[in-house]
Design a protein around this ligand. Structure first.
Ligand code: ZN
Length: 105
């Protein structure tokens, strides 16, 4: 599977996850998306500590396993897809984007 196809699939999974509203609210308030963690965001929706755990776990897997691991993590809302955090934070600072997001749902 090409990198592009993989990225497209991950974006689709991210859009169809069930807890997006909840994690989006945490991102907008600059908090890590992991349940029970409220540390400041660093990358992919996670704080420094949670992001390091994610990377550490990733390093222990084979390339094929890494793809499945990332897919599952995005699907369960344990990590964000590339670009989601920036997109959501930008929305939080732009009233019109906020309004548009509500209209689109
Ligand atoms: Zn965290």
């Amino acid at each position: 599977m090409s990198t592009f196809t993989t990225r497209l699939l991950l974006a689709q999974i991210a859009m169809s996850r069930s807890n997006t509203d909840k994690i989006k609210a945490k991102v907008k308030s600059n908090q890590c998306i992991i349940d029970g963690c409220s540390r400041k965001l660093r990358s992919r929706g996670l704080c420094e500590k949670c992001y390091q755990s994610y990377r550490q776990q990733m390093r222990e897997l084979s390339p094929t396993e890494q793809i499945e691991f990332e897919r599952s993590a995005i699907e369960q809302g344990l990590v964000l897809d590339n670009g989601e955090m920036g997109k959501w934070k930008k929305q939080a600072t732009n009233r019109f984007a906020n309004l548009a997001a509500k209209v689109v749902g």
